[in-house]
Design a protein around this ligand. Structure first.
Ligand code: DAH
Length: 370
């Protein structure tokens, strides 16, 4: 074959013959690449060689042209044959695939029932102009109890209710080991503990800036409780605080009743019972009529027809003053509720431990639940 006529920057016909022999071994992508490299309209080697034919002496042109054409035909045939062979292979494989086999099960994650309740509560209060505030889970006695108007000998501060951190007595704090709040006067130093409620976030919010305040504070709280059907030693709570000029009990009742209807349905009936909390005066518990039995009595409402969903009340003037807020000028209301408990009532879950055991047979039932 007359090789020398091919310019040096292009493969010789002999080299192309060798590449032709390799075509039956090419896989799909290599086959495509080689087709373009040899026959491609713009930069294919044979195309380029053909383009240079007119510059050859007439006597060489004919014979060389015939060789190039022959080689081109062989390549076309080889590429086509290889393409067919690869396609046939795929068909054989497809024939082995049983399309009637059941698909492989895929896990679909879902939002935990408690988290769903928290998100819904946050959405409702956001719509009413409340912001979300958070605070530390390790608190001290001042924020958790004393500034909230608990007397120093209140039983809630007993070791059998509250989880204190070891070695965090006054001496430890005086030695500078309390990293919680450098601006807090030394006289307020007290033992460190795991917060027993989210109410200390009320103080932190008010100390952080001037009134008015409208916040909700979701978070985890800890108590020295056994893990049983109705208690979790670590549980979620949601605090609410509204402080402004001229806020009264009617605002509390109207806002919280509206909230209950938003969360649990337009036909929700709420009632307020007098109660006691050191940090509110007056104080109340808010119940809603059981959505499962509609008040007739069932295991979810312990046959009372009502489900207690939160504690609430008008913020005690001492709490406002402890946070540096003028209690002559400002008034407010607050509430605290337990999203875990609300999740039990909302979804009819009989045992609070089910919310923490991580059993997909339980939690999987709430995947995608509204
Ligand atoms: N902190 C209370 C508790 O853990 C709940 C509570 C009741 C919070 C009344 C409040 C409130 O803000 O006003 O039981």
């Amino acid at each position: 074959m007359p090789g020398p006529a091919v310019p040096a920057d292009l493969p010789t016909l002999a080299e192309l013959e060798a590449r032709l022999a390799a075509v039956p071994g090419l896989d799909g992508p290599a086959l495509e690449a080689e087709t373009i490299a040899v026959l491609g309209r713009k930069s294919g080697a044979l195309t380029a060689i053909m383009k240079r034919l007119p510059s050859l002496p007439v006597e060489e042109r004919r014979e060389f042209g015939a060789s190039v054409n022959l080689l081109k035909a062989k390549f076309e045939e080889a590429f086509e044959a290889r393409r067919t062979a690869l396609g046939a292979g795929r068909e054989t494989q497809d024939a082995q695939t049983d399309l009637t086999m059941p698909g492989r099960h895929r896990w679909v994650g879902g939002i935990h029932p408690t988290r769903r309740v928290i998100q819904d509560i946050v959405d409702i209060f956001r719509g009413l102009g409340f912001a979300v505030a958070t605070g530390p889970e390790v608190e001290d006695e001042w924020y958790n109890f004393l500034a909230l108007n608990f007397p120093p000998d209140h039983p809630a501060m007993d070791l059998h209710d509250t989880l204190y951190l070891a070695d965090t007595g006054r001496e430890a704090q005086d030695a500078g080991r309390d990293g919680l709040d450098e601006t807090r006067p030394a006289s307020r130093a007290s033992r460190l503990l795991l917060r027993t409620h989210t109410s200390p976030v009320q103080l932190r919010t008010m100390l952080a800036g001037p009134p008015p305040y409208r916040v909700i504070c979701p978070g985890i709280c800890y108590r020295n409780d056994t893990f049983d059907a109705s208690h979790l030693p670590a549980f979620t709570q949601m605090e609410g605080l509204a402080v402004d000029e001229g806020i009264g009990l009617v605002d509390l009742k109207a806002t919280l009743s509206h909230f209950a209807r938003q969360l649990l349905g337009a036909d929700t009936v709420a009632r307020f019972r007098p109660s006691y909390f050191p940090f509110t005066e007056p104080s109340a518990e808010m119940d809603v009529r059981c959505g499962v039995c509609r008040g007739a009595g069932c295991p979810v409402c312990k046959h009372t027809g009502w489900i207690e969903i939160m504690g609430c009340g008008m913020v005690h003037p001492n709490v406002l003053e402890n946070a540096g807020v003028d209690s002559e000028k400002y008034t407010g209301w607050a509430f605290g509720m337990g999203p875990d408990r609300i999740a039990l009532a909302r979804y009819g879950i009989p045992d609070i431990r089910m919310l923490r055991e991580g059993d997909v047979r339980v939690l999987g039932q709430f995947t995608g639940a509204a």
